[in-house]
Design a protein around this ligand. Structure first.
Ligand code: SAM
Ligand code: SF4
Length: 334
């Protein structure tokens, strides 16, 4: 109940999971071409793509804030390719009900936006970085941009007292798995969470079929070999196993995105860059929000669309489907 006695709105699914976190993919465009995410020719730059407009994203956040969502993540594609990203963050922070606004980025353009994002009230950044090695970076992302990205990471770390910083590391067997200790070193020196993530089969099946998948149990085993003193942390984790290390400023987490151990605690929904509400990363369909927005549907009806999507939320990502037709993470945003 609020102070005035009125009941706060909540989105609850059939399995009694409360959904209070939304990930919004603000574009499917990207300035990298990570081999596990996009083909080189993923989008021709001269072909316009349908994506949510600024006002539409603002309206989505308003409706979400009024429905019980408290945290919003802007992702993509690369969210910093949108010139209005700072305004989106500022607006989202002003919406009633929204407490936390974060974004996920590959960091390539962060120098352009960092100060403005902090000033706009951003609460945290997930910075995706799979390697510290320039050749390996070029092989993974198909772009030779590591020096600038590392410089941007350094700038970001200067804000680690005001921004929650997490480093997304997608572990690929035989490609970057040898760098676990280097990422551990980052967590020793800096107050960041290093998130070691499992590969998911959303890549046009290019990498997925080449035996590069490294499961959470294997990551845990490798990590345990490097750090015998790894201590499991209890917390409000909804998607990962977390560990602390004595004397380390940061910590390390393993994200079993493919193994899907945490579906029973899932608290999120996703909006694709083309305006569909997806209640699970592994769902095939979704609800067309874009059409409703463009038909000037009223707030009550939009809320119903969100509840309808939540009602479709599968028990877990396995029930949602194994043979996922999704070819790239860029539209749904991870
Ligand atoms: N472009 C931004 C970035 O890379 O941080 C945001 C979007 S990206 C889709 C979000 C996250 O999804 C990244 O950390 C990336 O590593 C992850 N990702 C992309 N494809 C994936 C896949 N096939 N399996 C697991 N994670 C994936
Ligand atoms: Fe772009 Fe992020 Fe996909 Fe890499 S993972 S291609 S940076 S959207």
């Amino acid at each position: 109940m609020g102070e005035t006695g009125e009941k706060k709105p909540v989105l609850v699914d059939r399995y009694n999971r409360q959904v209070d976190y939304a990930r919004i993919s603000v574009t499917s465009r990207c300035n990298l071409r990570c081999v596990y995410c996009m083909r080189e020719g993923h989008r021709r730059p001269d072909v316009p793509v349908e994506e949510l407009h600024y006002r539409e994203i603002c309206r989505i956040v308003e409706v979400l804030g009024g429905s019980g969502v408290r945290k919003v993540r802007f992702t993509g594609g690369e969210p910093l390719l949108r010139d209005d990203i700072v305004d989106l963050v500022r607006y989202a922070k002003s919406v009633d009900g929204i407490e936390t606004v974060v974004l996920t980025t590959n960091g390539v353009l962060l120098d352009r936006f960092l100060d403005m994002l902090v000033e706009a009230g951003l609460d945290g950044i997930n910075f995706s970085l799979d390697t510290f090695d320039a050749d390996r970076y070029a092989a993974i992302t198909r772009r030779n941009l590591l020096p600038g990205v590392l410089a941007n990471l350094e700038s970001l770390l200067r804000y680690a007292d005001v921004l929650k910083v997490k480093i997304n590391v997608l572990l690929l067997r035989g490609i970057n798995s040898s760098e676990l200790a280097d990422f551990g070193e980052l967590a020793r020196k800096q107050p960041v969470t290093v998130r070691l993530m499992e590969l998911m089969p959303f890549d046009d099946h290019q990498i997925w079929r080449t035996g590069k998948f490294m499961g959470a149990d294997k990551i845990f085993e490798k990590l345990g070999n490097i750090y015998p003193v790894l201590k499991s942390m209890q917390g409000r984790a909804t998607e990962h196993f977390s560990f602390s290390l004595p004397g380390y400023r940061g910590n390390v987490a393993i994200i079993p995105a493919f193994t899907r151990n945490f579906c029973s605690q899932c608290n999120r929904l996703r909006i694709t860059s083309s305006g569909r509400i997806m209640s699970c990363l592994y769902s095939r369909n979704g609800i067309d929000l874009l059409k409703a927005l463009r038909e000037r549907t009223d707030t009550g009806q939009l809320r119903l669309l969100f509840q309808q999507a939540i009602d479709m939320k599968p028990k877990d990502g396995r029930e949602a489907g194994e043979a996922v037709p999704r070819t790239s993470m860029s539209e749904i945003g991870g």
